[in-house]
Design a protein around this ligand. Sequence first.
Ligand SMILES: NC(=O)c1ccc[n+]([C@@H]2O[C@H](COP(=O)([O-])OP(=O)(O)OC[C@H]3O[C@@H](n4cnc5c(N)ncnc54)[C@H](OP(=O)(O)O)[C@@H]3O)[C@@H](O)[C@H]2O)c1
Ligand SMILES: *[C@@H]1O[C@H](CO)[C@@H](O)[C@H](O)[C@H]1NC(C)=O
Ligand SMILES: CC(=O)N[C@H]1CO[C@H](CO)[C@@H](O)[C@@H]1O
Length: 254
Amino acid sequence: MKVLLVGATGNLGLRLVAALLTHGHSVIAFVRSSNKLESLLPASVYSQITVIQGDAKDPASIKRAILDANCDAVVNTAGLAALPPWGKSDLPAIFRAVLDGVRQAGVDRKKPLRTWFLAGLGVLHYPGSESMLSNHIPIYLEHRQNLRLLRSLPPDTVDWSMLCPGTMTPESSDINVPAKSQHGKLLGNATTPPSWHDSWMKYIPLIGKSLVCAINASRYTTTLEQNADFIASDLETYESRWSGTTVGIIDGSK
Ligand SMILES: NC(=O)c1ccc[n+]([C@@H]2O[C@H](COP(=O)([O-])OP(=O)(O)OC[C@H]3O[C@@H](n4cnc5c(N)ncnc54)[C@H](OP(=O)(O)O)[C@@H]3O)[C@@H](O)[C@H]2O)c1
Ligand SMILES: *[C@@H]1O[C@H](CO)[C@@H](O)[C@H](O)[C@H]1NC(C)=O
Ligand SMILES: CC(=O)N[C@H]1CO[C@H](CO)[C@@H](O)[C@@H]1O
C-alpha cells in the first residue's frame, strides 16, 4: 500500500520506515523537518521514500498529503503522551488534527482510509471487566480522550485501529531494511491484553487490580521493531481483523 507515515522521525516512526519498506509498501513520510529525517536514516533508506514537510496539527496539510500522494493508509506515531495524570502534551491536538485530515480525505476519495493510531496499555480493558487498566494505574491518560474521539466517529468514515503497547525498547539504533522481517512476532488481542495472568490478588480491596497490573506490566514490554513490524504486516491486506478496535500485544516468545 501507499502509506502516509506521520511522525517518521520518532522512535517508532524510524522503525516503521524500515518495516513498511520490508513489507513492500511505499512510504510517504510526513515530518516537521526533512533535514532531521535525512540525518536519522541511512542514505540508502532515505532515497527509497517520499518526504513531505508539514505540521501534524494542521488537518488541511494531512488531507492534502494523503490526496496528493494517493495514499491508501495512514500510520500516526506523532506526539508523545504525557506520563502523569496532570500532564499535558501536544498529542491530543495532533491526534485530533490527523484524524480530521484522514476523515476529510476519506470523504474526498469516497473510501475511508485504513489508519493505525498509537496509544498505550492503559486503554485496554482489565480482562473480564469493562474497566480500563488506566483506572487502576492512572498514567498516560491522554490516550483515553483520543480513543473516545475514535469511538464517536460516524461509521465508515475512518477504518481505524489503535495499537496499545506497554513499554517499547529499541533492538538496535541502526535502521536497516532487510528483505524479510527478522523480529520475533507479536501476538495480538482485541480490547484486552493477550495472555493475561490473573491472580487472587485482584480481590484485595481498592489496590488489588492495581497490584496485578503493576506486577504484570513488564510482561508486555516489546521492541519498537516488533511493533513496527506488526503494523506493516497488518497493512499487507485491506481487510484487517483489527478494524475498529484497540489492540493489545505481547511478545509471543515470552
Ligand atoms: N516509547 C514507548 O515506550 C511507548 C509506549 C507506549 C506508547 N507509546 C506511544 O507511541 C507513540 C510513539 O512513541 P515514540 O516513542 O515513537 O515517540 P517520539 O519518539 O517522541 O516521537 C514523536 C514524534 O512526533 C513528532 N511530532 C511532534 N509534534 C509534531 C507535529 N506538530 N507535527 C509533526 N510531527 C510531530 C516528532 O517529530 P520531531 O522529530 O519533529 O520532534 C516525533 O517524530 C506516542 O504516542 C507514545 O505515547 C510509546
Ligand atoms: C482475548 O481477549 C478475550 C476477551 O476480550 C479473552 O477471552 C481471550 O482469552 C483473549 N485471548 C488471549 C490469547 O489472550
Ligand atoms: C509473569 C508474571 O509476572 N505474572 C504475574 C502477574 O501478576 C500475578 C499477580 O500479582 C502474579 O501472580 C503473576 O506471577
